[in-house]
Write a protein that binds this ligand. Structure first.
Ligand code: GUN
Length: 287
């Protein structure tokens, strides 16, 4: 039987460390860290994510500042808000929820955030730092994936890792983090030829393609460790509540050494890492 990696428990543990970090900052500076969360428009999934992030801030003592803007907001107005948040010493982290409405150039907006406050790690400066192994703020989901791997594997040196998915938010940064730890990394995606065969040689599979139940049992070598980043909402067959389904056919991979569930695996880690990054950003600036 595969060990089920409990993301909720690991996230709770990380939240404890974050609370301690917040307390240390309050002791040193007299004020808790501040996180600005910017949501443009009414994308229903983004609304849910942002609500979770705001609630999580309260749990660990971070002050959240919510900025909800209508879908018609122009790029200039958004850039003006970012400039104001960059200059505000009570704001240590800035998060602009993506996707942004189509008329807004997301690259220009994310690139306008002060890299030291870029708690999502999406700014090109932080992307560059990650690629060169020179510090900076690391995207939350990839960071969470590594922390989950750390609960089951001591040393990644020389291990074969297959990453399925090449997004800027998940696949690419995870590949960089795995390389940094001396794993041998193959980055694949939904168009990769012979994907099942490549996966079958992996000691570690990171499934981040956004394709429900893509990774079948026969893709997985006995003893492999699997982290499932996929989370797709599918209608329940019996007409009940929608189900959340990962990229891994969970019931087929019991011969793995360990696997993360969906929900309750990577999801809780993403938010815990956002909070942890906010404390890190506040600690950098020392204010
Ligand atoms: N949309 C989906 N995931 C994320 C994330 O991690 N950060 C932001 N800002 N937007 C997202």
């Amino acid at each position: 039987m595969a060990e089920i990696i409990d993301g909720r428990a690991v996230a709770r543990q990380l939240d404890e460390e974050t609370r301690a970090g917040v307390a240390a900052l309050v002791e040193r500076t007299g004020a808790p860290p501040g996180l600005a969360v910017v949501l443009v428009g009414n994308d229903p999934a983004s609304e849910v994510y942002v609500a979770h992030k705001i609630k999580a801030c309260a749990r660990v003592g971070i002050t959240s500042h919510e900025h909800r803007l209508p879908a018609t907001t122009g790029q200039e107005a958004l850039l003006t808000l970012i400039a104001r948040l960059n200059a505000d010493p009570t704001i240590h982290g800035i998060l602009v929820q993506v996707p942004l409405p189509e008329h807004i150039d997301a690259g220009a907006v994310l690139g306008a955030i002060d890299p030291g406050k870029d708690v999502d790690g999406f700014h090109p400066v932080n992307v560059g730092r990650l690629s060169t192994g020179t510090g900076g703020l690391v995207p939350c989901t990839p960071l969470g994936v590594m922390k989950l791997l750390d609960t089951v594997i001591d040393d990644l040196t020389g291990m074969n890792a297959v990453v399925i998915g090449k997004s800027n938010i998940v696949g690419k940064p995870i590949a960089m983090l795995l390389l940094e730890r001396e794993a041998t990394v193959t980055v694949t995606h939904i168009e990769t030829r012979g994907l099942p065969d490549l996966a079958r040689h992996a000691d570690i599979i990171i499934a981040a393609a956004g394709a429900p139940r893509l990774v079948k049992g026969y893709w997985v070598k006995p003893g492999a460790v699997i982290v499932d980043v996929g989370i797709t909402r599918v209608p329940s067959p019996d007409g009940g509540k929608d189900k959340l389904v990962g990229d891994v056919a969970f019931d087929e991979v019991q011969h793995a050494r360990a696997v993360t569930p969906v929900p309750g695996g990577v999801g809780p880690m993403t938010i815990a890492c956002l909070l942890s990054n906010t404390v890190k950003a506040a600690t950098f600036t020392g204010s």
